[in-house]
Design a protein around this ligand. Sequence first.
Ligand code: ADP
Ligand code: MG
Ligand code: MG
Length: 252
Amino acid sequence: MLEIKDLKVNIDNKEILKGLNLNIKKGEVHVLMGQNGAGKSTLVKTISDHYDCEVTEGEITYKDKNLLDLSVSDRANEGIFMSFQNPVEVPGVNNSYFLKTALNEKRKYLGEKELDAMDFLKLTKEELGKFDIDKKLLQRDLNDGFSGGEKKRNELIQLLLLKPDLIMLDEIDSGLDVDAIKTVAKVINALLDGNRSILMITHYDKLLSQIKPDFVHVMKNGKIVKTGDYSLALEIDSKGYEIIGKEDETNE
Ligand code: ADP
Ligand code: MG
Ligand code: MG
């Protein structure tokens, strides 16, 4: 599904990713860990085509296409989804309208029939009902005045409606209580049908223990320096990043 080769990325002319390699196959769950400033968010932002990130070297192949040739909207239409650490607030844009538009953009792109208001309502009822997620968020403006928890819940709504193929979650579990984390895990597990892949950034075992990642990668100074299975996350959770080694810290 996703193949990253020797990726180098600058932000503000400063090299942040320094030759990163990563392979994600269909159906796999990958976790990115690493200390603050390691470049985790930069990686997922680069994949979703965030304007901050300038690719200077390397290749990203997604579904056998050159990802770097795809526009930000084509990436979304091709099934790439990114939940931001700090989602933007868009006052004046109704959440439901935003989602219906995004969904129909994707359907048009894929040559599928667009949903009308009734179809969309039916779909949201169906999908959100499965997980007891409150529909009220849909009637508000996008992220406007959403609490931290509401923003995360809204990301789950987006996931359930857009059903992306490559799901990237940047610390979706931070600041969530145990029940909310359970809901996140339930939604993610329901989406994991063997055809979707996940790349998630997290520091905590609370969510991982419920999702069971296939691979755990540790980033340091713009590279993946260690890859393991779930036990690596457990080791980091108990011993901290010390286990990665203490060679020169060039991060702020
Ligand atoms: P992580 O998610 O692992 O904490 P980030 O990818 O957010 O790390 O950041 C990696 C490095 O890039 C840090 O040194 C950070 O200061 C820098 N950086 C991130 N975003 C910006 C930005 N918009 N402008 C300048 N530097 C940035
Ligand atoms: Mg950070
Ligand atoms: Mg980050």
